[in-house]
Design a protein around this ligand. Sequence first.
Ligand SMILES: *[C@@H]1O[C@H](CO)[C@@H](O)[C@H](O)[C@H]1NC(C)=O
Ligand SMILES: *[C@@H]1O[C@H](CO)[C@@H](O)[C@H](O)[C@H]1NC(C)=O
Length: 385
Amino acid sequence: MCLHKLLMTFLVVAVFIINCVLIETNELIDEHDDNINNDGDYMKIVKIENQLSMLVNGTTIATANAIANKALQAWPTVKRAFDLYPETHEMHTITDCMHVATEPGDYVFKKSLSSAQRFSFDKLNENEFNEEGLELKELEDAINVCGLYIIGEPNTLVEITMKHYDVNCNSGGLMAFVDGWELNGEYFPAINDHHRTLEDRLVEFCNNYKRWPHVMNKKFFRSSQNAALLQYRLPTKGSFIANVRFHKITQPCNILVHDISALYNLANYGFKRNCSISALFPAVVQLTNIKVGGKSMRKGKVSYECMQNDDYLEIGGSPGLDSTHMEKSSDICGYAETPGPEQAIFCGVTTARLVSSGRYQNHVSIMIRKADAEDLDLATLVCAF
Ligand SMILES: *[C@@H]1O[C@H](CO)[C@@H](O)[C@H](O)[C@H]1NC(C)=O
Ligand SMILES: *[C@@H]1O[C@H](CO)[C@@H](O)[C@H](O)[C@H]1NC(C)=O
């Protein structure tokens, strides 16, 4: 009875937060639409508004949810376009500091200083050796870390071509490509679950105008999964145009969930590797099909005590993107062709992770949908928010 009350309180708070985020997200999207309609000229000054200058590093899980919601809302309109995986140069203006992209095309960002900003920046430069000024300058620099968060269909990877960038190293400008998503210093896919080291997953670049000649290298990046991030920090001014494309892959390992309700396949294709599916929302998870582990494991049934095995599927949740230390609700192995029970994970991020030794062909089909109030009865895990 008491637990029930506690859960209800939690839910009321959660629903309140989600509503706030949704309202804010809608406002951002509306604003974005207005900008596109009223201002086809992409070379416009992007205002630094409080709302838009959220620190990437200071992102709360609510923001992560907002991103997910934006991605989900944007998705249905573009789904068809992916069938052909075209190269498009349709122009998208980046208006939000955290901008979610689900469509291919050219993403354009331009920042120039307003006279007021220029004045304060000059003042900051004058006071460079003054401790207070330094702190302010650091703060200003930090505040300008923004990101283009790209997400494609589960069986795709993201390709980014930098068609243009004017990001001056000497004034603190910097761009970075991330193979995956980063929020709050946490990564998807988790650092240990990626075949590339974190160092290899991050590529930083900027223009060094002090060096002669000023050659502009055309940059080209590919992610390993359906999620990628382009981060940028432009303390003074600068611009870039990034072309985004999606390519179909045949053996996806890590998948960032892009749909509020869909069936996902997770397989190791015989490899020794760990693959995971993460949804940036509390979710109801149901296995519709499972084949994990050796023959002895597969006497036509499913086992829920598999941690001593080399191959298993673990389901759980975490407050942030990093699933390494997620709280587990269950670990499963064995064999079943009929759908199992549903379970709800009330965490910021819901993850299903397939651990494979490479000795077996493992495969699971998982139905993932957004959890709501009615799913409280199915809760197997509630994270501390
Ligand atoms: C980002 O956040 C993490 C954890 O909150 C912190 O340890 C790290 O120093 C921060 N990084 C920057 C660049 O502020
Ligand atoms: C997969 O995960 C397990 C358990 O978390 C770990 O022991 C193993 O080393 C990982 N395998 C690979 C290839 O990363």
